[in-house]
Ligand binder design. Structure first.
Ligand code: GUN
Length: 303
């Protein structure tokens, strides 16, 4: 009997196209809102300093706002801004009725506490979903503004019809932004969750052996090509969250974006896999826009 050739049959999970679909859905809703006489949703972004990655992300976030018909404001500061000045700017945005949601791009310079800044954001305007109120509500299974990258991963799995219920998801990396929240979302008692989740990190013993038991691998450690073929069970679904810039003289930009998964080695084994770029990255922006729309509509915190 012929069997499926596991070495050639993987599905590419196209985050770029899925993000475009979501943005088209958002744009249609914005058109409805404005036709009904409401002002369009408005996102503000605070960028401190000149980190190349952060500048690109924030520029893409602002461009994406324009594409869906949102208003956007970019507030730029040099990296010698004091913590007090930044907190005052946050408070100004908190109190500005024309701003539905805002983000403070991370990382911040070492003299500024990211925790203090995040806690200063009003939860109803915290469209990154980083405030302890939103994290607590997410953990409790209450309506919350969800962190964009983890929400984007769950959305990709759902839109590709990838079963999560009863599946073993192994998450590699326990950051506040991705690893920890995605482990919570995948374990929730919801259609989009119901996974058995193992959260692996730098102290995990025999990580490759644990990974080999995964139906779904989420790699979010920020180490280029960390996940190799010997760590992946044939037929597993592989989600790559990595976006490390690696020097590459052959590129005009001088770098190549590398994922946390050795794609060439792992893809032939996987049943489905996200590429880098074009996988999880574009979904983060789409979900940020979705959170801004939800904030503007007062969906989580009624106005
Ligand atoms: N830095 C890396 N990812 C993110 C993100 O999703 N939001 C913010 N604010 N900063 C980041």
């Amino acid at each position: 009997m012929a069997t499926a050739d596991a070495t050639t049959s993987y599905r590419l999970i196209d985050g770029k196209q899925t993000a475009e679909d979501i943005k088209a859905e958002i744009a249609a809703e914005v058109a409805q809102l404005t036709a009904a006489g409401q002002r369009p949703p408005h996102l503000a972004a605070i960028l401190v300093g000149h980190d190349g990655g952060s500048e690109t992300y924030v520029r893409n976030k602002v461009l994406a706002c324009e594409r869906v018909g949102f208003g956007s404001t970019l507030l730029r500061y040099e990296d010698d801004i004091s913590e007090a000045e930044l907190l005052a700017q946050v408070e100004e945005l908190n109190n500005d009725p024309g701003i539905d949601g805002f983000i403070v791009q991370l990382p911040l310079p070492p003299h500024i506490s990211p925790e203090k800044v995040i806690e200063a954001i009003r939860p109803e305007k915290d469209v990154d979903g980083f405030h302890p109120m939103n994290i607590g509500r997410m953990v409790a299974g209450l309506p919350a503004l969800l962190p964009a990258t983890p929400a984007g991963i769950v959305e990709l799995l759902q839109r590709y019809g990838i079963k999560t219920s009863g599946q073993h998801a192994v998450v590699i990396g326990r950051s506040n932004i991705v690893g920890t929240p995605v482990s919570i979302l995948l374990a929730r008692n919801l259609e989009s969750g119901n996974c058995t989740v193992t959260l692996c990190h730098s102290r995990t013993k025999d990580l490759p052996a644990i990974c080999r038991t995964a139906d779904i691998v989420v790699a979010a450690i920020g180490r280029p090509e960390f996940v190799t073929a010997d760590m992946v069970r044939p037929g597993a679904v592989v989600i790559d969250v990595g976006t490390t810039r690696v020097a590459d003289a052959s590129k005009k930009s001088g770098f190549t974006l590398k994922g946390d998964v050795n794609f060439a080695e792992v893809a032939p084994l996987a049943s489905a896999i996200t590429p880098v770029p074009g996988g999880v990255g574009p979904m983060t922006i789409a979900m940020l826009l979705l959170n801004t729309l939800r904030a503007a509509k007062g969906e989580v915190y009624p106005k």
